[in-house]
Ligand binder design. Sequence first.
Ligand code: HDE
Length: 706
Amino acid sequence: MSEQHPVNEQSKDRSLENYRVEPGQKLTTDEGHPLSNTDDSLKAGGRGPTLLEDFHFQQKLSAFDRERIPERVVHARGAGAHGYFEPYESMAEFTKAKFLGDPAVKTPVFVRFSTVGGSRGSADAVRDVRGFSVKFYTEDGNYDIVGNNIPVFFIQDAIKFPDIIHAVKPEPDNEMPQASTAHPSFWDFISLVPESMHMIMWLLSDRTLPRNFSTMQGFGVHTFRWVNKEGKSRFVKYHWKPLAGVHSNVFDEAQKIAGKDPDFQRRTLWESIEKGNYPEYELGVQIVEEEDEHKFDFDILDSTKMIPEELVPVRPIGKMVLNRNPDNFFAETEQVAYQPSNVVPGIDFSDDPLLQGRLMSYHDTQLHRLGSPNFVHLPINRPVCPFSNNNQDGRMQMDIKTSRVNYSPNSLGGNLPAPVAPEDGGFVTYPERVEGHKIRERSPSFSDHFSQATLFWNSLSKGEKDRLVEASHFELGKVKNKEVQARMIERFNNVDHELAKRVAIGLGMPAPAAPATENHGRSSAALSQENTTKTAKGRHVAILAADGVDGAQLATLKHALSAMSISADIVSKMGGTIASADGNSSIEVDKTFLTTASVLYDAVYVPGGSQSIEALKAHGEALTFIHEAFKHFKPIAGSGEGVDLLMQADLKGIDAAQVNGKMSAQLGVIASRDVSEMGKFATAFIDAIKEHRFWTRPIPGTASVE
Ligand code: HDE
């Protein structure tokens, strides 16, 4: 079926093929003049001035001078990948969108993940919301879901967007701080805009520290509309769920990653695709019948609210697989232009005032950023279906339209291109009935700013709550203005009294005497990351070793890891190779303690071999590596003499006596001196890796201010 279908998984790749350019055999100017020298400019004598007639110099320099285009005003830092989307079953009952109607059709996609606040060159791992943009190249044109990894937003009306972004971006006098919300102007704004409180709870939670792009959810945020063939409309919300589970860094770790490898998330995305370990996400929808629009105690047009999954379950409808890296960052990832207004027949908008504003802003920003309405001609933005209209000219027009007719209606050109009748698939806006007075006002149904913030707080585990409180101490601790801090404590008191007290204690501020509102006590399991899928696939393990490592233990473990699609690096003091204890193998070192760090791995393993362990013990970095992994709640394993190194690291809460017996697994530390059952040991380690983190470890944190 898909072979005959006008669009299949390869359609976009094939369309890009027309534009790919290999390095040529001969060096030429852009106009093809062969060049004999590109290293010396044309001068009047060896020491004389450069001559104006040096056309090659002029072209080379002026092309270079114009290499940069304006970075995106938000979401400037991003990484992209190609892939495909396939529906599990036909959604034709709900929408006439063709790409959702046939499970045999794989629709090509291009995805861009991003941070929001930082500049194009900022670090990946910072505390920030992540963008999650998907362009589906369908047979009816491009469909863009331009979402985030958080299901709600700071503000209710798009007219406030410049304000929130001015507040979040570096302050205008000194352009500080970069890629951080921890500064006075952001919290000043937030403290004055109570509708932001729900999003703030998410912002302070682990959600803004995703471990990787492959371990975060995505959300369409707004309520959209699906319309079926009969013209029946329903409301929908989009959810992307990563098959690798939803996992985050801890803040200390994120800060270190930002320095050790500012490209960490971009690199991991790239490398996992190169390794064939493709990030996968399930697309789910919450469908609300038109007649149920008003049955909730919030307004579904209000983007500061989500629909709890307990009220409307998320129905999985398909899967997206990211399986190809771009060929060229600028041509694809930088020039891709997402627009929430890109919809296909069968999909329409709701009246959410935030969405309505976005329908204008994205097109406008692409005109500015890419410089011409012809940005749609760029290879990455071109649809895979034919496109034709009477738009003409403009900067960088790429098509040579051969007709003398460029207006409609016309008789000289056979009235082409001809409008497509609705019954033949032409887009028709859903004929929603609207009436009202022209007013600058917000609907009273948008006025409850705290109930869902409380729902979020109630749904978190103890550890998640501790880390949220700690994040508030960091963020507000950077705000020296007491009035702003006090206003924020009041806001937290609207969410939960205990929370407000804990925030206040950490700031050294007076705690509110009584709750502003009683906590409603409701919670939603889907909001805690601890209830996520557990899988070890795609994780990255550091194996600490030196000369004299036990080659058999190492080989068994590596084999077991790779069978589960877990990759591993040998980390040692020096580069090159290390010799196994029996002298039979020479093992390649992947990274040294200098070129990598514990924060870049998901777990650590120390194989035995007394000489190797003695060398690692003498080397401070190996102990730091283990300490840090422990502090960041990561699985740690040691076999044979490897256990001695773990013991020297004196891991809090681990009972040494127990570890010295047969295999023990406490708080994610797997230790076995007995190496006769390496298979069992490997399974226990892999089970620990599935957990991702062991949050119950006694790591000193905000517990002290409870
Ligand atoms: Fe955006 N946003 N946004 N935004 N946004 C942009 O468009 C805007 C909002 C989101 O990977 C800009 O192409 C307004 C919500 C993502 O290329 C700009 C409002 C959500 C990306 C813009 C919002 C998003 C952007 C800057 C208030 C989640 C990156 C560059 C109504 C649902 C797209 C660009 C990419 C980018 C405007 C709010 C997600 C200026 C006016 C809510 C993922 O047009």
